[in-house]
Design a protein around this ligand. Sequence first.
Ligand code: GLU
Length: 457
Amino acid sequence: MRTRFAPSPTGHLHVGGARTAILNWLLARRHGGSFVLRVEDTDRERNVPGAEAGLLEDLRWLGLDWDEGPDVGGPHAPYRQSERTEVYREHAERLLREGRAYWCVCPPGEGDGERGACRCAGVLAPAEPPPGAAVRFRVPEGEEVVVDDAVRGRVVFGSDHVEDFVLLRSDGLPTYNFAAAVDDALMRITHVVRGSDHLNNTPKQVLVYRALGWEPPVFAHVPLILGPDRQKLSKRHGATSVAEHRRQGYPPEALFNYLSLLAWSSPSGEEKLPRGRLVAEVELDRVGASDAVFDRDKLRWLASRYLQEMPAEELARALAPFVDRERFPVADEDLPVVADALRERVSVLSEADAQLERFFGADAHRRAARERLLADPGARRVLAAVRARLAGLAEWEEGAIDRAVREGGRDAGARGRGLFLPLRLALTGEEHGPELPKVARVQGRERVLAALQFDEN
Ligand code: GLU
């Protein structure tokens, strides 16, 4: 099995494109085949500078690797159609020679012969192509194109409904339908798996295959992704690009898992499936034909499950860029501790700051609470006793902190509210909040001992 993902560098990688890429990658991995990445960049007007780099970054972030490219060995650059224009020209020339294509010049005022369908000024077979001419495919009359789509079933197109489409534009660059068909054939792609918005292009591509004497691949057109209102997924439904999800702190594994499920489902009915299971279970005949609805709550649920299971060190690394260290001065070595304390409370890492706020309290509240405690010798005696116990701890972790706090309370003859309220006020300035041992653990030893220090000098 040889599959491909063929993005055009016209913008960000959208979740729909990512789902297509993931499905192709999974199928290739499942069958020990190859996954090809091909950048379709021959429409100069639509190319966006920097978009290809963004696409590659997003694919890598999702953990998608591709198997070949124009260079030999090493990490492969993708195939780029702009580097293969010679190939398309040769095949267009062959079709011209065989009478399957012709040069077309539009009469003045009837468009450029490329996008708008003009009536060409006759079939031309010039020695020199006239300026401004495009090469058009001569669509045979009265032919049936039958596509046995692996997802949609049998779809029949009549060639009489297909206009003579452009193969090469007047600048010599190929159109999508021509370049994609030539490349899918020459790259020996066995399964063309893509969004159903391309179903209508399929007869044109099959006609090109036939004209060149090639056997078409298996086609599979995967349903579109809709928003909860069953309209095409768009900006107003929230984040739609992979990059936005990355910035919001979704773990890549969660997005990968979720987008896989938007294409097909496991026979087990399970929804949280690690990559290995997805590879083992993917099949084209598990891809449903009805449109998929993007369910952000489910994605968030999956994201929180992945965060909960991540090893502390890994979670800390993922968390680091999301913590505002000015507001929450957590040392690097304490980040795994913070990560552990937060893992059950955040679904996406961009929520870390709001959670940290609960652990640190607001500055103004802390200052006010300190004034209150300064005026309360009883509370300060309790805090001094707790501080003495905490200062002696060999390990700064919740169980030990909890025991030290209770021992300090015993030393000062305090327990319950008389112990915990002053402590909480001293640490966060708030009367309620997360469990105290967790708060102390997240704040770190130095900060806690300083907050419990009331003696002047
Ligand atoms: N370049 C096309 C796109 O981005 C690829 C379609 C295909 O997979 O054939 O939509």
